[in-house]
Design a protein around this ligand. Structure first.
Ligand SMILES: [Zn+2]
Length: 329
């Protein structure tokens, strides 16, 4: 299910679609080859009832190098025997968008062929762009002329953090910037091919729909093997669909290492396993005890370390999707 290169992931996605007799809509990124000389493309499969008014979009590889997880989940979904009947019953279709950033997937890069971080590219380039003077101040230290950074470089970054604090440093680096095309978290100077492709797909496949949900699968945040749910947008609705442990940067609950994932930002020493009040299933929310009791109704807070068993990305996606379908219904 999981692949070790973009080329392999794409072939597996196409082979699985063919085996399931699913049509593939391919959008080729012209003018650039992959790391192994392969074609770079975003491949799209729609599954579910043809007349569905509700659409769940699943994208992989927005940050290219993170595409392996989402690709595996999408392939598993195409092979799933139970899902089609559920989607038919509830009138929900699914759009699997494989490798929206094929260049980054192939070259194991977060960014696109233009060094664009797609999560910072959906801005109005006709208007004034967001300013990030903090990044400009740090750029030469973050991308020094010599690599690896020398001791003076490391000391200068440390001094910045000591003086301004970790939070200010993190904001300056990661918020996004539109001034240094070779820099980190670069949002671009125009709408990237991947963003245009995604907009076209949403317009074409979403046009007949009255409701669209979107899970964009990334990796890297949260404890290993744990599906951390992050929402940018209507977090209240997202919590109704996916549960109280959906976090959001807009209300200060976005996942950051060592902090309560729900609301208060209190330090949580280790991931905890809670027993939900309403179900026998364990709640794996990485929260402090106060928030978990308040938001999730979890009654017992156990302090033993959550087992770091690798979670199948496909399993996580399936659980999320069945929650979404139920929530949408
Ligand atoms: Zn990411």
């Amino acid at each position: 299910m999981f692949s070790s290169t973009y080329r392999e992931a794409r072939q597996r996605f196409l082979d699985t679609a063919a085996a399931q007799e699913l049509a593939v809509d391919t959008r080729v990124l012209e003018g650039v080859d992959g790391l192994e000389g392969e074609t770079l493309a975003t491949d799209v499969v729609r599954i579910g009832p043809a007349d569905a008014k509700r659409l769940l979009v699943l994208t992989s590889a927005t940050h290219g190098v993170e595409g392996f997880c989402g690709s595996g989940a999408q392939i598993a979904l195409m092979r799933d025997d139970v899902l089609p009947a559920l989607m038919d019953k509830l009138g929900v279709a699914m759009l699997l968008v494989h490798a929206i950033n094929p260049y980054g997937f192939s070259y194991l890069s977060r960014t696109t062929e233009g060094n664009v971080d797609l999560n910072r590219n959906s801005v109005d380039f006709a208007g004034p762009l967001p300013q990030n003077p903090g990044y400009a101040e740090l750029h030469d230290l973050l991308i020094p002329a010599t690599w690896p950074p020398d001791e003076a470089n490391v000391a200068a970054i440390r001094a910045y953090i000591d003086m301004r604090g970790q939070w200010t440093y993190q904001q300056a680096v990661t918020t996004g910037q539109y001034t240094h095309a070779q820099g980190m978290f670069y949002g671009g100077a125009h709408t990237a091919w991947s963003t245009r492709t995604m907009r076209n797909l949403l317009a074409e496949y979403g046009e007949p729909c009255t409701a669209i949900g979107w899970i964009d699968i990334h990796t890297g945040l949260g404890p290993s093997g744990f599906g951390a749910k992050i929402c940018v947008g209507d977090v209240q609705r997202a919590r109704r669909w996916w549960g109280a442990d959906v976090t959001s940067p807009s209300d200060g609950t976005s996942m950051s290492p060592g902090r309560c994932s729900i609301r208060c930002g209190r330090r949580v020493r280790m991931p905890r396993l809670h027993r939900s009040r309403s179900s026998t299933a364990p709640c794996r929310s990485r929260t402090c005890s106060t928030c978990c009791a308040r938001m999730s109704g979890c009654a017992i807070i156990q302090t033993r370390r959550m087992r770091r068993r690798p979670t199948s990305a496909a399993g996580f996606a399936l659980r999320s999707i069945s929650t979404t379908i139920s929530g949408a219904a």
